[in-house]
Ligand binder design. Structure first.
Ligand code: UFG
Length: 335
């Protein structure tokens, strides 16, 4: 397929470009480099050996967006571009709602104008709010606990309504669990502009000596070692899931929702221990208070993705730890 990829220079976007190239798709990237760098696309080119066609611009800029849609006939869109920091979204709700929702609406308007009928949307397990049981299936009730989560929830709603109104429109909502790791080349990975708050980038920052220790948010949960369980998924597995979604889109109409996770829970302590063991670096940590809003245990039911997409996460937690550290070291040496 010939695809338009919004936010293609970001963490999940770059890894997806590599997988799309492997699968023989062509694509054009748009990105405003708000939370990414042009160098990331150069590194994608180095991995794939193929040039990446990209345009710098913003989804909120209708003229820019129209000019890109007028350049080519796209068969489909993968929509990554969005703000994604939970804490920041609480402090800046207007910016988050405006960016994430207006961006999606502008994109949909252009798709309609140009007759582009296929979309893969980058959603999140955050739309499950606080699930009552695990594993979490795609038909669990949805909600959100912060403005970022609501923008994902609302975008999903918008897309479902658009699909209802237009029988030719096909959309796949991919609900990511906790993406971590990096491409094995060490050339692309997670490169947050600010001090990160998520566990893996935080572990990396501690191992690198940028922060003196990691706070483990609570060890008195009802889990085996008392720390929270999450479904960490290697970003390359996640990226491959997008290629499977693109294949699926060509044989369906309407809306389909898929979880992308491993189906297994890993505790905070296990991730720290794995990182230290695999990389041979200490990650000093201390138990601190529970983080407000944290859900004790979340992991995906991946049966539907397996059955209908042929998806299966292949990378181990050790590989996630190895690749996250490899990218950090490679990246700092080269910058
Ligand atoms: N944690 C720590 N110390 C830290 C950071 C995190 O102990 O310094 C713990 C958290 O308490 C939690 C686990 O590590 O138990 C994972 O926390 P993350 O912040 O990495 O991930 P979350 O599952 O809380 O949230 C992530 C994304 C959201 C997304 C959600 C989807 O940050 O954007 O997954 O389920 F919405």
């Amino acid at each position: 397929m010939n695809l338009l990829v919004t936010g293609g220079a970001g963490y999940i976007g770059t890894h997806t470009l590599v997988e799309l190239t492997k699968a023989g798709h062509t694509f054009t990237v748009i990105d405003n480099f708000y939370n990414s760098k042009p160098q990331a696309l150069k590194n994608v080119e180095q991995i794939t050996g193929k040039p990446v066609r990209f345009f710098e611009g913003d989804l909120l800029d209708r003229e820019f967006l129209a000019s890109v849609f007028d350049l080519d006939k796209f068969d489909g869109v993968i929509h990554f571009a969005a703000f994604k920091a939970v804490g920041e979204s609480v402090a800046k709700p207007i910016e988050y709602y405006n960016n994430n929702l207006t961006g999606t609406l502008n994109l949909l308007a252009e798709m309609k104008r140009c007759g582009v009928e296929n979309l893969v949307y980058s959603s999140s397990a955050t739309v499950y709010g606080e699930p009552e049981t695990v594993p979490v299936t795609e038909n669990f009730p949805t909600s959100a606990t912060n403005p970022y989560g609501w923008t994902k929830w609302m975008s999903e709603q918008i897309l479902q309504d658009v699909a209802k109104a237009d029988p030719d429109f096909s959309v796949i909502l991919l609900r990511y669990f906790n993406p971590v790791g990096a491409h094995e080349s060490g050339l692309i990975g997670e490169d947050p502009n600010d001090i990160p708050n998520n566990l893996m980038p935080r572990i990396v920052s501690v191992a690198a000596g940028k922060i003196d220790h990691l706070d483990v948010f609570g060890n008195d949960y009802d889990t085996e070692d008392g720390t929270c369980l999450r479904d960490y998924i290697h970003v390359c597995d996640l990226a491959w899931g997008h290629c499977l979604a693109i294949e699926k889109l060509q044989h369906m109409k309407g809306v389909e929702i898929f979880n992308l996770g491993t189906g297994r829970g890993t505790s905070v302590n296990e991730l720290i221990e794995g990182f230290e063991r695999v990389n041979g670096v200490p990650v000093p940590h201390k138990v601190s208070e529970r983080r407000p809003g944290d859900v004790p245990v979340v992991y995906a039911d991946v049966e539907k993705s397996r059955r209908e997409l042929g998806f299966e996460a292949k990378h181990t937690v050790d590989e996630m730890c190895r690749d996250a550290w490899k990218y950090y070291k490679n990246h700092t040496e080269n910058n």
